[in-house]
Each structure stands twice: as C-alpha cells, then as structure tokens.
Design a protein around this ligand. Structure first.
Ligand code: NCD
Length: 399
C-alpha cells in the first residue's frame, strides 16, 4: 500500500514532493540508514526562511516543500514504529501554551515534541498567573523565555497574539490558532494530505464550505492552497463569508453548494463556530445543515473519488453526515495522523538540535551560522511593525 502510494507520488508529485528526494528517501530507507541520518540527508543544507510559524504569508513555497519532504519519513516510517523516540531534540524545552481548548493540535504537538526527546510542558490560562493575578500575555511569554524555552506554541482567542509575543522573545513561536485569524500548521497538514493523495494541489478544484468568517482554519487554508496554485471555491451563507474574500484571498465564492461541488477534487467542510456567536449569522442550525451539510447525495455531485476533509471537531449531521464521515472518501483521520507527523518535521526544522545529539548521531555540526543569519533577517524585517498589521484584536483582549 505504502509502496503503491509511494510509486504514485514518484509518478506525478514532482512539483511538491520532489521526485529525486522521494527516490533518495526510498533508497536510504531500503538500506535501513539510521532515521536521523535520513533526515539530515533529506534536509541538505536547507533551513526555513522564517524563524516563526505564525501566518502562511510568512512561508515561501520552498519552505512548504522542505516541511513536506521532512514530513514524508515521519509519516511513512517513524510513526509506525513500536517505539517512537529519537534523541534529536534532547535537552530542548517546548512550551505548549494553550489559552483555548484543543484536542488534536495540543496532543499532536505534545507527542511530537516527546517523540523527538524534547521536554514538553503544558500551560493554560487557568492555573497560570494570567488567570487571577492578571499577568499579561507578553510578560508570561517573557517569563517562559527567561527559562530558556526553545519553542513556544501558542493558541489564543485573540487574532495577532502569536505575532505579538514573537516580537518579545527570541525563541521560535508557532501559532496553534489565533482567534479568527490563522491556524498555519492545520493548513500545512491539510495541503500535505491533498498532495499525498492527489500528487499535487496545482489546478485541483477545492471547495471549502461553512463558517468561513469565523474559521482560522479557512484563513490559513485559503492562503496556502492559492499559494500552491489550487482553484479554491468557498461556499456557505453570505453572512459567513468575509467581506471582499474573493479579492483578498484570490478565491471564488459560490453560495450554491450543489453547484460549487460539481467536479470538485476535494470538499473541505468547516465547523460552525457556535462558541464565536456563529448562531447569530444563520436562521437555525437545521436550515444551515439542509443547505450546507455534506451528505452522500451532495458527495455524488463531486468527482468520483473526491476527498472529504474536515479539521475536526465535527458537528455530525451539521457539517458532515455520519455516512460521509465513515465512507472511504473521508480523510479526516488521515489528516490527524499527517498532522502528528508534520508537527514532528516542523519542530525538527525550527529548533536547532543540540550539538551532542547531532554529533552522536551524524557527526555533522548544526548550522549555527544559518540560524544566526535567520534571526538577524527577522530582526531587520522589523517584526514590531508587522505585528501591528496582524493585530486586529484589541490590546485588552490579548492582555
Ligand atoms: C480547529 C480550531 O480549533 O481552530 N480545530 C483544530 O485545530 N483541528 C477547528 C475548529 O475548532 O473548528
């Protein structure tokens, strides 16, 4: 199965998971090279062009390709091991700072960090000094930095929160969802899932349906899919579509889902964000589901083997029918697995491995110079200014 899928990828995925890297991986894997050596070889001397993962806008197509390339061995080999542990981030500390609820994102980041041997620490608002003692988000981030955190993963209810803390600290910041704004690692894993199955995103017809307005997943997904040259159609009640979405995101809007879905390669359903007052934007949930729930009858309008995706959590019979969820066209669980593998790749690429672990494994020194150069570039770009641009929540909201 893997081999067949691998073969399929070799055949047509040259644009995103480069054919030569896939061959290299298959040869190394067949020779049973140590996993860490495979990673080093696949990475070559490349690093991400950004220190933080805050918005898809910060990433180049080359960054995305590099992340996908490193995800490949994690997905196809590592996560199937009976014992999932490598010392690549030994001695590093990763803070999972989740001010909003999460299952998939939080657990996969924590597992990913632990599998790479980093020390992962979870904090939330309740139980921290932010809760009753009134410590600000910035001061909390600086406190974590003072304990030499090597990476901070932040989920927050205010748009711009990750950008804001990234201006205060030197450790890489990963945005695990900021308000209605973005959720870049979800978009990366979704694009990876599409490329893994269809070979490429280029010219694929991808329909995103639901509460586009309140969905940070849609925010990042529209950005990444257009960057990867897919044809993106959004559908949903007009009240749930951001103003000027077509111009801003380079997508098409079709309120008629049955029309939009025709010949689609991928149908991506979103959850109505009831906790973000979404019920005020639709007459009733029942009427919404009648027009926008993906059921078997609707699915038949799309291409024969169209992929059905959803970031989770799912409102059954509102976003997706149970029958569709359980059909072979549903990739919802595959998305979760890919997210776990991709987050390992991302942590590996963002956090510099310790010289000891790298020495022990590969005898190759980590490229300190490259990281120093990147940090300087980030500083030169004047992040303080750009953070304002993305900060569309009020200061009170963030603090
Ligand atoms: C999403 C989120 O929290 O942004 N879930 C996720 O991270 N997989 C989507 C949602 O809540 O609807």
């Amino acid at each position: 199965m893997h081999y067949l899928r691998g073969f399929f990828l070799v055949d047509i995925s040259h644009r995103l998971i480069d054919i030569s890297y896939r061959r290299m991986y298959e040869e190394l894997n067949a020779k049973n090279e140590e996993f860490e050596k495979i990673l080093i070889k696949l990475r070559g001397d490349e690093s991400l062009s950004t220190k933080n993962i805050i918005s898809v806008d910060d990433m180049t197509v080359d960054d995305i390709k590099l992340i996908f390339r490193i995800t490949m061995p994690f997905k196809e080999e590592f996560i199937h091991r009976p014992q999932k542990k490598i010392p690549i981030l030994k001695g590093k500390s990763i803070i999972n700072f989740f001010v909003e609820d999460s299952t998939r994102t939080k657990v996969s980041f924590e597992l990913a960090g632990k599998n790479l041997s980093a020390d992962t620490i979870n904090i939330s608002k309740s139980g921290s000094s932010m809760s009753k003692k009134g410590e600000t988000l910035n001061d909390t981030a600086r406190t974590l930095q003072s304990m030499q955190a090597d990476c901070i993963i932040l989920r927050h209810y205010a748009a711009g929160a990750s950008r804001l803390i990234s201006t205060q600290i030197t450790a890489p910041v990963i945005n695990a969802g900021d308000g209605w704004h973005e959720h870049p690692t979800q978009a990366l894993l979704d694009a990876y899932t599409i490329c893994d199955v269809l070979g490429t995103c280029i010219d694929k017809k991808i329909v995103i349906v639901g509460d586009i307005l309140h969905s940070r997943v849609a925010g990042s997904l529209m950005r990444i899919l257009t960057k990867l040259k897919a044809r993106v159609i959004i559908s949903g009640p007009p009240t749930m579509i951001p103003v000027h979405a077509e111009e801003v995101f380079g997508v098409e809007y079709d309120p008629d889902l049955d029309h939009a879905i025709r010949d689609a390669d991928v149908i991506y359903a979103l959850r109505i964000q009831l906790e973000r007052a979404a019920s005020a934007y639709i007459p009733t949930v029942r009427e919404y589901s009648k027009r926008y729930c993906i059921n078997m009858a609707r699915l038949r309008l799309a291409k024969k083997d169209a992929m059905v995706m959803h970031p989770g959590p799912i409102n059954r019979e509102v976003d997706l029918s149970t029958e569709v969820m359980e059909s072979r066209q549903s990739y919802v669980e595959e998305q979760v697995t890919n997210g776990y593998a991709l987050r390992m790749a991302l942590l590996y690429l963002l956090i510099q491995p310790t010289p000891e672990s790298v020495d022990k494994i590969t005898k190759i020194r980590p490229s300190r110079k490259v990281l120093d150069k990147l940090q300087k570039k980030e500083k030169d770009r004047g992040n303080v200014v750009s953070s304002q641009k993305y900060f569309d929540g009020s200061a009170e909201q963030v603090y």
